[in-house]
Design a protein. Structure first.
Length: 328
């Protein structure tokens, strides 16, 4: 291994974000170890990386200790969509908390720099808009989303305590809504839900009146933020918001996806889930100032790329109902 080549561990490396991060790190000439228990990660996401001699995949659950030699750790392991993290809420909390303890222990042992994929969910249903990193949040600690929200909040606590107590080099990113190819087709998130429903010609499910807003960041932009944060000086620990500060309502998103797919889907309204945030939008001033980072991919272009991915996936599964006519 060359002196400039780093050995990098990605937990959750076969997931949506992990697989894109692995691609980026390999392209930069690094040696990448992908660790995943395949609860939500998919082998298909990393199949194209397996022939690369600098890529290795390992089945492992980070709730159990891992003994490897690495220079950097990206801790992405945890189901991130409500339908998946609420399926086994106790295991979700264990992954966030016990998993963080195990990865921090590994980083301490081998003196590795470690990145934590935190989430905008630490802000809960915010009463401050847009959300800045110094906002402490409005989280229901006993609600159905708490396994994820509070699990990630506790993980942040652990990261900063390891930093203070053991001088560990940490990076904490708070990730806002991200979309793109390789999203899980059944993760229940709004972008993948709407696209799959539109391509199948099914009614598009909008919860509430559709006026709740989200800020959608394309995956390539987010991964660039990850890499910039990891490469920042050691006094840049975070937390740093990474997301798109341009808001779109859920209703607008549904209409845009119907138009882009040429679908005849109608919109079906259902009650808003418990503790579902009404507004979610990042203040990315810190990311701009400290990392020189901001998203560049427009929503329509990102959606087109994502639609093409799901169209191909559904065609392989024989579930496509709509013929796409996107521009080349």
């Amino acid at each position: 291994m060359s002196s400039s080549q780093k050995r990098i561990l990605i937990t959750g490396g076969a997931g949506f974000l992990g697989s894109h991060l692995g691609e980026r790190l390999l392209a930069e000439g690094n040696d990448v170890l992908c660790v995943d228990n395949y609860f939500t990660g998919r082998k298909a996401n990393i199949a194209h990386l397996l022939p690369n001699p600098n890529f290795e995949a390992m089945r492992h659950d980070i709730c159990f200790p891992l003994y490897v030699e690495v220079d950097e750790i990206y801790n992405l392991a945890c189901p991130a969509s409500p339908i998946h993290y609420q399926f086994d809420p106790v295991q979700t909390t264990k992954t966030s908390v016990s998993g963080a303890i195990n990865m921090l222990g590994l980083a301490k042992r081998v003196r590795a720099k470690i990145f934590q994929a935190s989430t905008s969910e630490v802000y809960g249903d915010p009463i401050v808009h847009p959300q800045r990193e110094d906002y402490r949040g409005n989280v229901n600690p006993i609600g159905p989303r708490a396994c994820y929200d509070e699990g990630k909040r506790c993980a942040e606590t652990l990261f900063f305590d390891y930093h203070r107590q053991h001088k560990l080099r940490i990076r904490v990113a708070r990730i806002f809504n991200t979309y793109g190819p390789r999203m899980h087709p059944h993760d229940g998130r709004v972008v993948s839900n709407f696209i799959v429903q539109a391509l199948k010609g099914e009614p598009i499910t909008v919860y509430g009146d559709g006026s709740q807003s989200r800020a959608f960041c394309y995956v390539d932009d987010l991964i660039d933020g990850f890499v910039r944060l990891m490469a920042a000086p050691d006094d840049v620990t975070g937390p740093i918001n990474l997301g798109n500060p341009v808001e779109t309502t859920v209703g607008e998103l549904a209409e845009k996806i119907i138009a882009l797919t040429g679908s005849r889907s109608t919109i079906e309204r259902k009650p808003l889930p418990v503790d579902d945030p009404v507004q979610r939008c990042p203040d990315i001033s810190r990311a701009r100032d400290v990392l020189g980072w901001q998203p560049h991919v427009p929503l329509e272009l990102g959606l087109e790329r994502t639609i093409v991915y799901f169209d191909r996936l559904l065609a392989e599964e024989g579930e496509r109902k709509t013929v796409l006519q996107l521009r080349a």
